[in-house]
Design a protein around this ligand. Sequence first.
Ligand SMILES: [Zn+2]
Length: 176
Amino acid sequence: MATPLGHGLAGAIICLGCRRVGWQAPSMAAAVIVANLPDADFLPGILVGWPSRYHHGASHSIVAAMICALAIGIWSAAGKHHPTPARAGILLGVCYLSHVIIDYFTVDTGTAVGIPVFWPFSHDLFIAPHPIFGDVKRDNFFDLAILRHDLWNLVIESAVFLPLFLLLHHAARRKP
Ligand SMILES: [Zn+2]
């Protein structure tokens, strides 16, 4: 898995990009949260004392992104939370999907390597042959080697996502 920073920046970029083309995007906070949502699969593992027990399961799939989009679209329409509920669902579904794509391009050192992109139609795990992002080591944050490893991941993710985020953010502020 990449860090929450990388996933969050991807969500923010999608949000700003949609605003740039005139879509009434949901809040940036919603985009950042949904872009990190697939990693909520850590929560049941934490409850059973093995955080990565259910990690990289069904939540890391295209179908899960579609379910997320549909649920947000229905919730937005039912509660009148957004003037264009279908767009809100699609936009946040894309934020969710960005997580799956980024994790596909991330080093995985777990026992089962890769993510089930095509779940439930296939349980095969997929990972890019040449991942761009490093895995987050969570064993001991106070170990200097682990700290250096995770900080380096933040640098790589920032180098990839931050320029585009800043560009779109700057353009949005200049827009009359
Ligand atoms: Zn993930």
